[in-house]
Design a binder for this molecule. Structure first.
Ligand SMILES: [Zn+2]
Length: 110
């Protein structure tokens, strides 16, 4: 029988629980690369406009953020490095176009 322990209240976040769109929009908005710095990292504050962890749920582990980026890369939405370095992430041309299309459709609806 499963015992309810205090551990069960800890939310186990998974990649799929993190939204794609805010990340893709950040990648599309930035002219250069985006990075993955732990918010506690000394570099993080100066890179907040290009730190993908800023658009992910607060308090998640950097490891999970990198896993999420790896998922976007495997699906062909983004590119970059997930070895644990700063990442140098960017959106693929295909998805940049896709976001532009979404935005123009939204404008037409309004
Ligand atoms: Zn790397």
């Amino acid at each position: 029988m499963l015992q309810k322990s205090s551990r069960s209240v800890v939310i186990r976040m998974q990649c799929k629980d993190i939204q794609d769109e805010p990340i893709l929009r950040m990648l599309a908005r930035n002219v250069g690369w985006c990075y993955c710095f732990d918010p506690g990292d000394q570099h993080a504050s100066s890179y907040s406009s290009s730190n993908v962890m800023e658009v992910m749920p607060r308090g998640i582990a950097r490891k999970l953020a990198i896993a999420k980026m790896g998922m976007l890369i495997r699906r062909g939405l983004a590119d970059g490095c997930t070895c644990g370095c700063r990442g140098d992430f960017y959106i693929t041309d295909k998805w940049r176009e896709h976001l532009k299309k979404l935005d123009s459709e939204k404008l037409q609806e309004a």
